[in-house]
Structure formats: C-alpha cells, structure tokens
Design a binder for this molecule. Structure first.
Ligand SMILES: [Zn+2]
Length: 325
C-alpha cells in the first residue's frame, strides 16, 4: 500500500507541467539598461554581457527585447558631468531625459521606468544633496527629487523609481506629479532597499560608489524584516503604485512578508551581484547558467514577486519562449 506517493506526479514532464505551482512568464520581466553620452558601446567588466549603451544603440537593443516579449525597462543614466548637487538629474537634455524622449516616440507601448537618485550624478556619490557642512540636506534633496521626477515623466516615462531611501520621497514625488498634471504617471518605489554587498558590480557600472563611508545610515539593515514592512506600508500609504524589494535572493522571506502585508504589486530586483555570481560560476563551468537563472527567478516569483527586474531578462525570455523547463 502507498496511499500517498508524491513521486507519482513527477514521473513525466507533462505531469510535472500539470502540477507546477509557480510559472515564470515573459511579462513578469523588466530589463535594466544603462545609457551614456559615449558614442560606442562599452562592456561592463564586472557584469559579463552587460553594456553601457550609447544613445544611438538604445532603440536597437530595446527592439530586440521587445521582440522577445520583454516590454518593460528601467533606465539608468551615466551623466557626462558630476557636480555637488547633481544638476544633470533635472536637465531637460540630461542623458535620461534625452533617451526617454527618443524611445517614447519609437515604442509607444514600452513600459518606461526611470531610476531617480543622485549618487551617479554627484561628486560625493551620496544619494541626496549635502549642505555646506557636508551633512545630508533632506529638504533640498526632496525638492530636487521632485524636479527630477517631473522631468522624467515630462520626457515620457510611465513610472519614476526613487531609489534614494529619503523619508517622504514617495509623498513628495506624488505631490509634484499631480501638481504638474501627471496624475496618470506612477511611482515604482524602491521601498525596501537593503544596504547590500551585492550592489558592487552595479556601482562599477553606474560609477556611483560613495566617495566616503557607506550607505548604512539610509539603506536598510540586512537583519531587519519588520522594518521592511514599515517602509513598504509607508510608501503604499504615500501613494506608491508598485513596491520593490532589493536585492532579491538573500531576501526571499522579506518579499513574502511584504507581499502578505501590502496590496500593491511587488517587484523584486535581482541585483548586479546576484547576476555576476551566476555568470562567473557558469563561466567556470561550476554551474549551468540557464538552469541556475531559471531556478533563481522561479524562487523569487514563488516568494511572492509579481515583477522581476533582472539583467537576465532577454536570455530568460528566450528560454521561456523556447519552452525551457
Ligand atoms: Zn543612489
């Protein structure tokens, strides 16, 4: 007698497909893209197969993603000039604003999300503006963030994604968007952003390493989960449309708890370090890249993510389209 024999349902691929509880789909994926003023494509050394794209190549690379069914991107600008207050963040001809205007025209259906922060635009690399004593100036930072958000949606972005972890950032952006007639434009909030070692390769990519100290005074402590719920609830209350948890894989329990507590869709960001670890191990033939990527993303989705931001977006989309499982 074997009343319960779980392996009965694992015997063939069709049976496994029939009872699979979590499925990844191409529409879950958002692709991060770095854009620069440079006139040629530059490889990002710590992130194999990822590039800084010149403006002239952006349309082509987005077209390739869209052919695979990836209809959403999050855009990071690498400005030409950095200064104390990151004025390129609000410049109509800043790299992000120029790019968004161009791609909005070519791809009316594309979901365009723009990262809104200061670290890659300021000399000090802080995610905000500092006063003359070198202390964080919250008031000026929020004002500048409002201008940045309005300039992004004016160029054609659908969502602004504030990643600076400034208290009140969502409320201030919502107010600025509404006051400027952009009630339909959304906020994709980096609500739960941990002070993580896994951002290392991104900082190389975005030239955004802090010039002194670290970001532990504003990004979250990896030991905390109740604090994550507080952050998520505050942002939902202040008007966020989508709540993000970042990084993804070391924080699956956080994704699940946040999902249970707020009613906004939940996005998880599989960050640069998560990407580069898989790439590096696969390049050494220590793990199989495709299988590891699919398993990681499935785990992130199973934990509760509705949306996954991943540098693997295009490759995962082709695997899904080719029925890889
Ligand atoms: Zn930042």
């Amino acid at each position: 007698m074997s009343l319960q024999k779980p392996t009965r349902l694992r015997r063939t691929a069709s049976l496994r497909n029939l009872v699979r509880e979590t499925q990844l789909s191409v529409s879950d994926l958002i692709r991060p893209i770095f854009v620069t003023h440079s006139n040629k494509r530059l490889a990002i050394e710590s992130m194999p197969d990822q590039f800084h794209f010149p403006l002239g190549e952006i349309e082509k690379t987005i077209e390739e993603s869209m052919k695979l069914g990836v209809n959403g991107i999050i855009l990071f600008g690498i400005p030409e000039n950095k200064n104390e207050t990151g004025t390129d963040t609000i410049n109509e001809n800043g790299i992000v604003q120029q790019t968004v205007r161009m791609i909005r025209k070519s791809f009316p259906e594309l979901i365009i999300i723009t990262d809104a922060c200061f670290c890659q635009y300021t000399i000090h690399g802080y995610c905000g503006i500092l006063d003359e004593n070198g202390d964080f100036d919250r008031k000026s930072s929020l004002k500048q963030l409002q201008k940045q958000a309005v300039s992004h949606v004016k160029a054609g972005a659908d969502f602004v994604a504030p990643s600076c972890m400034i208290d009140g950032m969502v409320k201030y952006i919502r107010e600025a968007l509404d006051n400027n007639g952009y009630e339909d434009k959304g906020i994709f909030s980096y609500a739960v952003k941990y002070a993580s070692a896994f951002y290392g390769p991104f900082r190389d990519a975005a030239n955004s390493t802090p010039q002194q100290g670290d970001r532990k005074s504003y990004q979250m402590d990896p030991g905390n989960i109740r604090e994550a719920l507080k952050e998520a609830q505050i942002d939902e209350y202040e008007g966020a449309d989508i709540i993000m948890v970042k990084p993804a894989l070391p924080y699956l329990d956080v994704i699940r708890e946040v999902k249970n507590q707020v009613s906004c869709p939940i996005a998880a960001y599989q960050v640069s370090g998560e990407y580069s670890m898989i790439k590096a191990a696969a390049q050494n033939h220590w793990i199989d890249e495709n299988e590891s990527v699919m398993e990681s993303l499935l785990g992130i989705k199973r934990a509760g993510a509705d949306i996954i931001i991943t540098y693997f977006a295009d490759s995962v989309a082709s695997l899904i389209n080719n029925k890889f499982s």
